[in-house]
Design a protein around this ligand. Sequence first.
Ligand code: 5AD
Ligand code: SF4
Length: 481
Amino acid sequence: MPRVLVRTTGCQMNVHDSEKIENLLLHRGWSRASALEQADLLVINTCSIREKAEHHLYSELGLLREWKAAGAGRVLAVGGCVAQQEGDALLRRFPHLDFVFGTHSLRWVPAMADAARGGSRAARVEQTRSLDRFDWPERHPDFPDATPGRASLTVMEGCDMFCSFCIVPRTRGREISRPADGILAEARALVAGGACELTLLGQTVNAYGRHDRRRRESGRTGGGDPGAAMTIGFADLLHDLARIPGLRRIRYTSPHPSFFDTALVRAHAEIEALCPHVHLPVQSGSDAVLAHMRRRYTRRDFLASVEALRAARPELVLTTDLIVGFPGETDRDFCETLSLVREVGFVDSFSFKYSPRPGTPAAELSDSPAPELAQERLEELQALQREQTLTYHRSRIGQRTEVLVSGPSRRGGLQLSGRDPAHRVVNFEAPNGVVVAPGSLQAVDVVEASPHSLIGSLAGPHRLPTTQIVGGRVRTGRSLP
Ligand code: 5AD
Ligand code: SF4
């Protein structure tokens, strides 16, 4: 059996795409390699959101020249956003690269791998609007459960927002939503297979179905638009998912601040399984910068959404993405970002220095702050965030929470680790003799706070076992009282 190794960089969409590729290859008779040395095929699934990720790929490809030369018949492939962006230019630049596939061409990977083993080199980066991109074979029995108890599923792909800094609409293509029955069927299958937490994925996930709704409302649903009759509102989708027995936690990522309608806000009050955490990228706190970024909301609009969500779910935790050093960003603009971070009380954030991307409107702007200034701003923002994260973690000391256990803690020792409903990492120790299976939900008392995690102890009394293994998969038992 030929063996494949898939390496992934980038967002959860990419991670999920890699799962799709791996699953597809398992169905076509491949097996998984656990190390590069054993692999007959190496697939690198790439990210091009910032220049750094792209450069990293190029140096990685350089290093792989030796790997490729060391074994006859080894195949090297590049997929994902850099592949979509660069196409066959990658084949020209790296003569040891065998094939390149874009974000809409995952299904061609097995055939391209076969062709490459026969000696051909090719790039497939055409974009499609076909709904069959959402149809995938079921999980292969050998598919590794890297995240026991948790699974992701795609509900929409692509982005039509065209923020001025972002390459995604070019690499992922136009926004398209998946028919609701396919989503619900996949969700049921994932829960039957042992997942109790599902994350709905989409570039602007809460825009789900919006184009179809508009087409339905204007009566333009016929002909070449099969999706229009098959999607429902995003809030309705959440309600339908919440009715699946055994599905204990629902998350979605990443929403766009412009698509929090009343129904979605209400869903946060009404659906208990909907986790009290939303990752809501704001990018900047300055109206001038938001306008240049073409984000289509103001600081005030954003704060109004936050207020509505908090009214619906008071314990809601918000995290965000921020960009500093955007062209034209003044000290005052940056101070507005700092003040927004304080005002919202983000519990965590990913912050980045602006990176110009080819073909985006912002790349044409010339008044970028100096790199040293952008670096200073980044550090100041991150220091503020660290303070806020720790303050929030401290506020949780003394509370009981429910942890979906992922496995041993990265801190080592006997500690286990998992995430609570607010998506915070919780590390905890179980008393001697208590078996805690990955994929189970456990009650944990928070006793300590660190900058990156909550630290707790398993709440007793302990009822054993808390999980069962059914058909080779972990089935979640009830959480401990
Ligand atoms: N430069 C820096 N950060 C970017 N992001 C997207 N495009 C860029 C860029 N050109 C950030 C945004 C987005 C996150 C996924 O990456 O904050 O929300
Ligand atoms: Fe990029 Fe903006 Fe679309 Fe997000 S909403 S993927 S930042 S263009």
